[in-house]
Design a protein around this ligand. Structure first.
Ligand SMILES: Nc1ncnc2c1ncn2[C@@H]1O[C@H](COP(=O)(O)OP(=O)(O)OP(=O)(O)O)[C@@H](O)[C@H]1O
Ligand SMILES: [Mg+2]
Length: 305
């Protein structure tokens, strides 16, 4: 079953078309990354999926429950961390989690057990009895996440969960997302950190100007733009460009003390460099193959036409 399914979602704000026909199917079990430049329509799409905003047209279903016609059933299946998460400032860290658990109908014993566990995951055990009013932005963000996961939702939706966090908080949040996923939650998150999406997500959807421009695994998206592959190599002696001439090698360029050997087939390029070095009695000091990056794919998909 699909955790999320949207059909032709559309939303305009006055003259601005924020979401222009988004149809997405997010299968159960994975970590789906929703990427796009500022203003692309990510938050607006998520607000329609979560029932906060009514679409102009189109529909959204969470595990088969229509968000508009059956909002309660849909909402019980998800935990949501909105772009600007809200927490109760006059309650302590732990009280925030406990009260949220109560909203979801969890019994006292389970709420308390779960709150202790989550505070630990998110590095907040020592601050559990402090009022959230005193918390820093990163700590508030972690409380917002804690509240969204207290009821172990089958679907966890996070809008930029790591923006503005330091490297330690970011790791705690990423570990928590991974843990929730391994415990069975499907994850949908937005991020501007492409490297993060690359290492975390099983699937990615890229949105630009309100439209989905690509979906697929990070590796698939990278391969789509796999145009400039090269082998970078350095030797113990100076070599001439002519040494690299061979069928299948597009060109060779000197880069500082290294050479970049361009080829559509990195396997062939590496083998050629190795046999050439053998023949010319050269030692290879370093050798590496370039990999296309998800960032390249992202930029190509979202740059101005
Ligand atoms: N409540 C609103 N009223 C008017 N315009 C809005 C509203 N919400 C969003 N928009 C517009 O809709 C477009 C998409 O905004 P949205 O917040 O969905 O983008 P986003 O992809 O989440 O961007 P970011 O990466 O900056 O968070 C923008 O042009 C924005 O100005
Ligand atoms: Mg946003």
């Amino acid at each position: 079953m699909n955790a999320v399914e949207t059909e032709d979602l559309r939303k305009s704000f006055g003259p601005v078309t924020a979401v222009d026909g988004v149809s997405l199917s997010i299968p159960e079990g994975g970590i789906f990354g929703f990427l796009g430049p500022n203003g692309a329509g990510k938050t607006t799409t998520i607000r329609m999926m979560t029932g906060v905003l009514i679409p102009d047209s189109g529909s959204a279903r969470i595990f088969g429950n229509d968000v508009h016609s059956d909002p309660l059933a849909a909402k019980l299946k998800m935990g949501v961390i909105p772009e600007n998460g809200t927490v109760y400032s006059d309650l302590t860290a732990e009280e925030n989690i406990l009260i949220t658990g109560k909203f979801y109908g969890m019994d006292k014993e389970l709420r308390e057990k779960r709150a202790g566990e989550i505070l630990e995951w998110l590095g907040l055990t020592e601050r559990r009895n402090d009022l959230v009013r005193m918390f820093s932005k990163g700590m508030r963000q972690r409380i917002s996440i804690a509240c969204a996961i207290v009821h172990s939702p089958p679907l966890l939706i996070l809008d930029e969960p790591t923006t503005g966090l330091d490297v330690y908080s970011r790791r705690l949040v990423i570990d928590t997302i991974r843990r929730m996923n391994s415990e069975g939650s499907t994850i949908l998150l937005t991020t501007h950190n492409i490297e993060e999406a690359n290492m975390l997500c099983s699937d990615i959807g890229i949105i630009n100007k309100g439209r989905i421009v690509a979906t697929g695994s990070p590796e698939k998206l990278k391969k789509t733009f796999d145009t400039s592959r090269y082998v970078e190599v350095s030797f113990n002696k100076t070599v001439a460009e002519s040494y690299f001439a061979a069928t299948g090698i597009t060109r060779a360029e000197q880069w500082g003390d290294k050479w970049r050997i361009y080829s559509d087939d990195p396997d062939l390029a590496v083998k050629h460099v190795a046999s050439m070095a053998e023949r010319e009695h050269l030692s290879i000091i370093s050798i590496a193959t370039s990999n296309p990056t998800l960032e390249e794919a992202f930029v190509k998909l979202t740059e101005e036409a």
